[in-house]
Write a protein that binds this ligand. Sequence first.
Ligand code: TRP
Length: 337
Amino acid sequence: MSVIHTILTGDRPTGPLHLGHYAGSLRSRIALQGEHRQTLLIADLQALTDNAGRPAHVATNVLEVALDYLAVGIDTDRTTIALQSQLPALADLATLYMNLVTVARLERNPTVKAEIEQRGFARDIPAGFLCYPVSQAADITAFRATLVPVGDDQVPMIEQTNEIVRRVNRLANADVLPECEALLSRTPRLPGVDGRKASKSAGNAIALGATPDEITAAVNTMYTDPGHVRASDPGRVEGNVVFAYLDAFDADAMAVAELKARYRHGGLGDMVLKRRLIDLLEHHIAPIRAQRAALAQDLGYVRTIIERGTAIARGITDETAGEVRRRAFSLDPIAAA
Ligand code: TRP
């Protein structure tokens, strides 16, 4: 890839990040920061759209997410870490974009639909939640991002963003904003230890700072194949969480393929596999855990990183919002007077 992209991606600070984030996105962000301009947005405003009752919980997790970024190897000389709520241009753009999107379109977003179901909002959907794809479009366009590394659940957000971009450009009669492209992770979504979707709140994920005991306990509860009772029984690899994690983290793909063949045939016990996975995860997590613990001793430094990144982001996002206001919405401070 010789084109230099402007990359924006982000995370809601609703808890510390976990191995699913690591396999699905953090690893690729570390690789991308070498070649592209990258900003990571800690999306505290978006987190409030379904955590309105617990603002302190969101606030606490801003530093946790920043700690995770730094501990896994996000390099702040190459990547800007910014805090969404401290960038007023994002709210400004979201308000303007709200006029370009219908309620029917918002209700059709399949990811939002699924999330409404999961959260049991039924008829009490917070308006901010229904509209968060518009706010996310504001995030992406404010940085003029052209590449957005996300999971496949976020593809509808990219589509909605590009619809908004085209409307803005039509209003301005010029290419004020670039369209963006999703960069999908190669690794399939990592399941939680119980085989369901991994989430911070469901408690089925392995945190990046997990202790050796936590790793062991989590792996030991991993869902395998309930039909695989004795080691000699043939076992199923599909849907087997241990194999999903081995696929994501074991660099020796040949060895994993052999284990799968033996497991399918019968003769390989769950405990042998789980022990291999425990060692492997400890090997991956140990340096992250150590780095995280060291950084946690100096939260002042972590705060400074966020402040510095947010100041840089403020310049960029204010500039974009000013241009969109003027060119697409005729909101000129003098014309208004
Ligand atoms: N919606 C994303 C998530 O839930 C977080 C996010 C907020 C984001 N703003 C973004 C992702 C902008 C990409 C670009 O993980």
